[in-house]
Design a protein around this ligand. Structure first.
Ligand SMILES: NC(=O)c1ccc[n+]([C@@H]2O[C@H](COP(=O)([O-])OP(=O)(O)OC[C@H]3O[C@@H](n4cnc5c(N)ncnc54)[C@H](OP(=O)(O)O)[C@@H]3O)[C@@H](O)[C@H]2O)c1
Length: 216
């Protein structure tokens, strides 16, 4: 499948690398073509990897990942353009973290709204699926690195889109448990896990951990 990775940070690199390894054709997008990090990534990832602007990447792709800084994601998707996104599934892994006052960051939107919902409202013809935002990127693509099976989640308004993303998470990335939390408003809870995640990151001394849901 042709997949766009919008974002040149560590998440874009890691997800893009895994998707290429799974046999997909992946184009990494940035604000500018020939972004230094995107070019370096294509050289490392091999022949199925390419790069361009956000718009180039989305136009090329059947499936799009939003791996941009959460406080800039709306701007990044505006640069990408609705015409390059409409009708497609957008996997939103971004967190709306505001680092303007240092660490720990605060959420720039929360409680009664979320980044996932803002993106869905701004692009009503895009099938936004919130996924993978509650784990660090190495765990996103290799959940088996943790010492026990853990949980991940999807949220979105389109059942078919969630099914497609769930299949990629299970068959592609190796997740054993993917819980559907319902419509895109469930992004609120997924994003509001971040203050807890950040405290755990400090207390555990590593980003490579996750939550395990246990029932009676
Ligand atoms: N780090 C993790 O393991 C992890 C885990 C879960 C979720 N997340 C979330 O995943 C996302 C990506 O994280 P990251 O650390 O890989 O990258 P990042 O540094 O948060 O974001 C980098 C991307 O954001 C774009 N960007 C920054 N400012 C912009 C602006 N004003 N307008 C348009 N685009 C802008 C950059 O564009 P250029 O390419 O043009 O520079 C770049 O592609 C974030 O939302 C983060 O919260 C991260």
């Amino acid at each position: 499948m042709k997949i766009a990775i919008l974002g040149t940070g560590m998440v874009g690199e890691t997800l893009g690398g895994k998707l290429v390894a799974l046999g997909h054709e992946v184009r990494m997008g940035s604000r500018t073509a020939n972004n230094e990090k995107a070019v370096a990534w294509t050289q490392k990832a091999g022949a199925r990897a390419s790069q361009g602007t956000f718009a180039d990447a989305a136009a090329f792709a059947e499936l799009v990942f939003n791996c941009t800084a959460g406080t800039a994601s709306l701007e990044a998707l505006k640069l990408t353009g609705a015409r390059n996104l409409n009708g497609k599934v957008l996997v939103d892994v971004a967190n709306p973290l505001d680092f303007s006052k240092g660490f720990p960051p605060t959420l720039s939107v929360s409680n009664t709204d979320s980044l996932g919902e803002q993106l869905q409202r701004a692009f009503p013809e895009v099938k936004v699926v919130k996924a993978l935002n509650t784990v660090t990127c190495t765990v996103m693509v290799n959940p088996g690195m943790l010492s026990a099976p853990t949980d991940t989640f999807v949220a979105g308004n389109d059942a078919g889109a969630k099914k497609q993303v769930t299949q990629l998470l299970t068959e592609g990335f190796g997740w054993k448990r993917v819980t559907d939390l319902g419509d895109i408003a469930a992004s609120r809870g997924l994003e509001m896990l971040l203050p807890l995640w950040l405290r755990l990151y400090q207390s555990q001394g590593t980003a490579e951990f996750n939550f395990q849901l246990v029932r009676a």
